[in-house]
Ligand binder design. Structure first.
Ligand code: DX5
Ligand code: ZN
Length: 219
């Protein structure tokens, strides 16, 4: 399998020095920007919205991976495309008509992702996996950075990898929440393609070195 992609989560950046932190990611070995949008309804927290994403997109030189933790995401698909999202991920638990939502995301020229909460089993994606570009497995309950990794995630990665291969799909597996040097290698070995890391990267003394370390241990 190819190298694991590393996606620093901007939720853990210093918002008073956002441009500096974006340039840090631009100059690092990171592959994507992971952007968490929370509405205070789907999750018990509000992060930031469109104006902040617009400011990020102005400086970001890498793929923009937007993770929507919001109810009724269909309302904003066109808006996020215009703001520069390259990948738009919606929650399985927030979409009554997931197939339609994914087609709408693709129609706007973005890659379509589906996120699963820790309690949502991967087999629920059996009949849609071929239409999904990326599955984001939540390895914490969404809403906050800095939480600890839920160990059951390894089993979910293995089950999802099996489901993807069984259907001949090319879906990427992304892990979001509590990623550190302690679980990165094992996640890669279980079949993960993309690791999101927020507090582990931005809380480090040397974020560039920390990103390089994650990259190296998941080669
Ligand atoms: C959680 C967010 C994550 C979060 C990860 O709701 O979706 O992307 O920023 O942060 P860490 O890596 O600190 O768990
Ligand atoms: Zn996220």
């Amino acid at each position: 399998m190819s190298d694991t992609l590393i996606a620093p989560s901007i939720l853990a950046a210093d918002f008073a020095n956002l441009q500096r932190d974006i340039e840090m990611v631009n100059n690092s070995e990171a592959d994507w920007f992971h952007i968490d949008i929370m509405d205070g309804v789907f999750v018990p927290n509000i992060s930031f919205g469109m104006p902040v994403l617009q400011a990020i997109a102005k400086h970001a030189k890498k793929t923009i991976d937007v993770h929507l933790m919001i109810v009724d995401p269909d309302r904003y698909i066109t808006t996020f495309a215009k703001l520069g999202a390259n990948i738009l991920t919606v929650h399985y638990e927030a979409c009554t008509h997931l197939h339609r939502t994914l087609q709408a995301i693709k129609a706007e020229g973005m890659k379509a992702g589906v996120a699963l909460n820790p309690h949502t089993p991967v087999y629920l994606l059996e009949d849609i996996i071929q239409d999904v570009d990326l599955v984001c497995l939540m390895s914490v309950n969404p809403g906050f950075g800095g939480q600890s990794f839920i160990e059951n995630t390894y089993a979910k990665v293995i089950a999802l990898r099996k489901l993807i291969s069984g259907k001949g799909a090319s879906t990427l597996i992304e892990i979001d929440g509590g990623v550190t040097h302690k679980n990165a290698k094992q996640l890669k070995e279980a079949g993960a393609n993309v690791l999101v890391a927020g507090s582990y990267v931005f809380g480090a003394q040397d974020p560039i070195e920390t990103i390089a370390g994650l990259k190296k241990m998941t080669q």
